[in-house]
Structure formats: structure tokens, C-alpha cells
Ligand binder design. Structure first.
Ligand code: DC
Length: 240
């Protein structure tokens, strides 16, 4: 990955939300690396707690059981965009959290209010401690987790484009079928958008970027330019 070729003039907190397969992770990581910011993948944290529930025999459809167990796992996220890490109780969880089993269960676990409250607190403390600012990607960052973020971006793309990108990421790891990926994405979006606590939604003050016909480099450039704009504005306000 490219190292910080440009530097944001002031420390900024950036929220990048949107459904699966819109290029959130690739964009957020690259943008953070270019501008010398930290990077937090909040989906990985929900996947990590889901993985812990599955490996500890908790029925993920039993809301009370998930809520009661939610404070047990210790989840630690490393925020270097060049090498982000995630551990659960000290174990590297980066591989297992991408399994189809975790993907199928994560919407149920992440809909439990106790889980969201704990993970939201964790996300806020990570963002507050980021020395040079941070890019935080997820579903509810702009509205719930960091409503005072300096910049909010909401990425979208057609279901076809999203399914094709997701399949590209999975290839070689698990058997993939485009129609099945598309259906699974649509089902997960519906669950994430309709849950009662912090559903996937665009903040009123977020900049929406439709990535369907854009290359990854174009999306990265677009978000870098937006960040440089808010960062320069912030630096001006501080020195004035
Ligand atoms: O970004 P992802 O596909 O790895 O996210 C996995 C799941 O985690 C997603 O289906 C919904 C949930 N999630 C959430 O509820 N809130 C977030 N801020 C991030 C992810």
C-alpha cells in the first residue's frame, strides 16, 4: 500500500458508511494511508464478537443469551491502515471473521442493543485516542458513533456491482456464486437497515458517493479531496 504521500493539515475524524460491497474498506484504508490517518474497520469488530459467540456455543438467535455474554470477549483493534489487526481474547481473529458462517450470523448479533452499546463505546474511545485523526468505516458511524465527525461520506453502488466486488474478494477462499452473493448481500442490507438500534442509514450531512461506475482509484481520490477540504478549513479555523 502507498505510504502517506499527502498529509492532512489538521487532525480529522472521518466517518465512512454504506452497505457491503461499496468499496468502504479498500477506500478507507487507502485514504487513511495516503493522509497519515488511523483506520478502524467497525464491521470487523461486529464480526469478531459474532465469531466469539459462535465458538463459545452461544445461540446467535437468542437475544438474551447474546446480550448476557456480550461483555465477555476482549476485542482489540489495531488501527494502522497498512496492517490493521483484530484480536479476540488475545487470539488473531482476522481470518475466521471472514468465514461464511460469521457473515451469515453477524446481522443477528449486531442487532442486539447491548452488543451495539459496548462496541460503540469501544469505537468512540479508539477514535478519541487516534493521534493524527482517523477514518472509521461502518454502517452507523455518521449518525450514532461519531455524529460530530469532521467529514461524513456515504458510499453506495448497485447490487450487481457490489456482488461482483464481494465475489472478487472471496475468490480462492470459498466457493462463490454471483447470484448467491447478490442475494446474501441484499438480505444482509435489509437486516442491517431495518434493525431498531442504529440501522444502516445516511446522515443528513453526509456526502453521498455512488461508486457503481467509478474505479477504486477514483473513489479514493474523491474522498482524499473531500478530507483535504475539511482539514484545511479546520486548520484555518484553529490558526485564525
Ligand atoms: O462491513 P462488514 O460487512 O464487515 O460488516 C459486517 C456486519 O457488521 C454488517 O452486516 C452489519 C454489522 N455492522 C454494523 O451493524 N455496524 C457497523 N458500524 C459496522 C458493521
Amino acid at each position: 500500500m502507498e505510504t502517506a504521500a499527502r498529509t492532512a493539515p489538521a487532525s480529522v475524524i472521518v466517518a465512512i458508511d454504506g452497505p457491503a460491497g461499496t468499496g468502504k474498506s479498500s477506500t478507507s484504508k487507502a485514504v487513511a494511508a495516503k493522509l497519515g490517518l488511523g483506520y478502524l474497520d467497525t464491521g470487523a469488530q461486529y464480526r469478531a464478537i459474532t465469531w466469539w459467540m459462535l465458538t463459545n456455543g452461544i445461540d446467535v438467535d437468542d437475544v438474551t443469551a447474546v446480550a448476557d455474554a456480550s461483555a465477555k470477549p476482549v476485542i482489540v483493534s489495531g488501527t494502522d491502515p497498512a496492517a490493521p489487526t483484530i484480536t479476540v481474547d488475545g487470539l488473531d481473529a482476522a481470518g475466521p471473521i471472514r468465514s461464511q458462517e460469521v457473515t451469515a450470523a453477524v446481522s443477528a448479533v449486531s442487532a442486539v442493543p447491548e452488543v451495539r452499546a459496548l462496541i460503540t463505546d469501544l469505537q468512540r474511545s479508539i477514535a478519541a485516542e487516534a493521534p493524527h485523526g482517523i477514518v472509521v468505516e461502518g454502517r452507523d458511524i455518521g449518525i450514532t458513533v461519531l455524529p460530530d465527525a469532521d467529514l461524513k461520506v456515504f458510499l453506495t453502488a448497485s447490487p450487481e456491482a457490489r456482488a461482483a466486488r464481494r465475489n472478487g474478494e472471496l475468490k480462492g477462499k470459498e466457493a462463490v456464486d454471483l447470484a448467491a452473493t447478490r442475494e446474501a448481500l441484499i438480505k444482509r442490507d435489509a437486516a442491517d437497515s431495518s434493525r431498531k438500534t442504529s440501522p444502516l442509514a445516511k446522515a443528513d450531512d453526509a456526502v453521498e458517493v455512488d461508486t457503481t461506475d467509478l474505479t477504486l482509484d477514483q473513489v479514493i481520490e474523491c474522498v482524499v479531496t473531500l478530507i483535504e477540504g475539511v482539514s484545511a478549513e479546520k486548520a484555518g479555523r484553529v490558526t485564525r
